[in-house]
Design a binder for this molecule. Sequence first.
Ligand SMILES: Nc1nc2c(ncn2[C@@H]2O[C@H](COP(=O)(O)OP(=O)(O)OP(=O)(O)O)[C@@H](O)[C@H]2O)c(=O)[nH]1
Ligand SMILES: [Mg+2]
Length: 442
Amino acid sequence: MINRINQSFIQRLRYALCALCIGTLIVVANTMYANTKVGIIGHPDHGSGTLAVALLAITQEAGERGTSVDDMDNAKEEQERGITIYNNYISVEHKNRDFALIDVPGDADFTKNAATGMAQMDAAILVVSATDGPMSQTINQLRLAKTIGIKHIIVFLNKADLVEDTELIELVEQEVRELLSQHGFPDNTPVIRGSALLASNGDTSVVGVPSVNKLLAAMHKNFPLPKRDTQSDFMLQVNHVFTDKRVVVGQVERGTVKKGDKVEIVGLSGTDKHFVTVDNIQINEKDVNTAQAGDRIGLLINDDGINHIERGQMLAEPDTVTAHTKFKARIELYTKEEGGRNTPIFTGHRHHLFFTTTDITGEITLPDDLEFLSPGEEHAGITVELLQPTVITKGNSFSIMAGIVMKDEEDEEDKDKDKDKDKIKHTIPSVIGIGTITEILE
Ligand SMILES: Nc1nc2c(ncn2[C@@H]2O[C@H](COP(=O)(O)OP(=O)(O)OP(=O)(O)O)[C@@H](O)[C@H]2O)c(=O)[nH]1
Ligand SMILES: [Mg+2]
């Protein structure tokens, strides 16, 4: 009986994971669990997927190689559009260390997915194409990384095989370094030039395999082993819910959980408390009795309480965590040149706020002595009221998002038709500011 339950759980979890391309490429070289979570972030097409493939190829035995970006981006909509939409999880083992790579989607339309992937990372590799330099999503993703408190970052200046002019690549590196220092990352952040594509094909020229080996060496040196809090009360960040399969996938933030534990669902809902019981736990498709901080797990929830769970909530030891709706914050707005907006914000403005755990709309109230907050300014006394409660604490940071509107190029033939001139082409969700919670009010 137990076996049957387990088997059907394994099957359900497997289907669930496949459905969202998670865990498709987990390389279980042995039973060691990958323990430093490294997000590979950057602007679309700059090569984050190819770099993940290169890291995998270089750390695998010759006979195991052959994974391609298409194998990772294997959901129907990803294949149709030729882009990454869902986070891909790939474990690599190198010199007695495990790195759990999270290949984060770069496309601005999938910022929510990107934020979910990034919320799990301990450190980041920022991929910047040497042919283009930093672009809108390079900046956005760097800002999201900063919001969740990422301190350890390495830049991979990709597609170096396409840039012959060394002065040009110097300029791009300089631009990247300016961006890093603007966002408070250290001057000695490693910037490695290379070609993920050549490396993934086994090319031995300086921008091929040696460049990715250099990256691996920098990962060992610059990404410390993360400290996990296994002693505090259990809390798990919900990343995906497969209601029909009764499976919740997420990362244990702190503490431990065991089969049979009753846990509370916290955040996003009203004041009613909801509890569910954990029927089974899996790590890397294997049943386990307990899981602890840092583990990415699947939980089987065999009761109707599953209907109350959604992405962005927490599952926690009952009565240990409270969700909040109102807080005071220090807010800084980016200027238009920095990719922010060009108009100020006023009391009553509503913005999309990305916390580590989730994204929620928040209404801004400026202090009485402040009529508006202009781009380029910051203020510590701003009150924010969230439309839904979430788990936050003093000191947490959040990104303030807004759609930056791009207009169509003026069409020569339609030059005189006023209404076509301002045709809206696309709205790109952009990080227009950053905030830090200074006091929880409600
Ligand atoms: N010449 C060259 N092409 C590369 C390199 N790295 C990636 N590419 C190509 O660039 C394109 C985009 O690469 P991906 O790895 O899919 O880019 P991505 O950053 O994952 O893109 P999204 O999934 O849309 O975020 C593909 O055609 C790759 O083959 C490189 O180092 N050199
Ligand atoms: Mg990709």
